[in-house]
Ligand binder design. Structure first.
Ligand code: FES
Length: 82
């Protein structure tokens, strides 16, 4: 699964870099390194937003950095289990 995180300037200032750190940590904790690939992306055209833009396959999400653990459980893990 390819998870793209916008590192465009607007998302960067909304703590996109922290999202990368937390997601990397969650992926390693769950030993999902071979199943989930994180990558940075240019602006996804969803700004301005109060949240960070993330794309999984063709699905776009706006994610609050304070809710990234919930996003991981509800979107990424469920995606993997489906
Ligand atoms: S900078 Fe992230 S969507 Fe534009």
């Amino acid at each position: 699964m390819d998870v793209a995180i916008s590192l465009g300037s607007f998302c960067y200032f909304k703590w996109a870099n922290n999202i990368v750190v937390v997601l990397n940590s969650l992926i390693k904790q769950r030993c999902l390194e071979n199943q989930v690939k994180l990558r940075g992306s240019f602006c996804m055209g969803m700004c301005p937003s109060e949240e960070v833009s993330i794309k999984i396959a063709d699905d776009m999400f706006s994610v609050n950095p304070n809710e990234i653990a919930e996003f991981f459980e509800t979107k990424i893990k469920r995606w993997l289990e489906s």
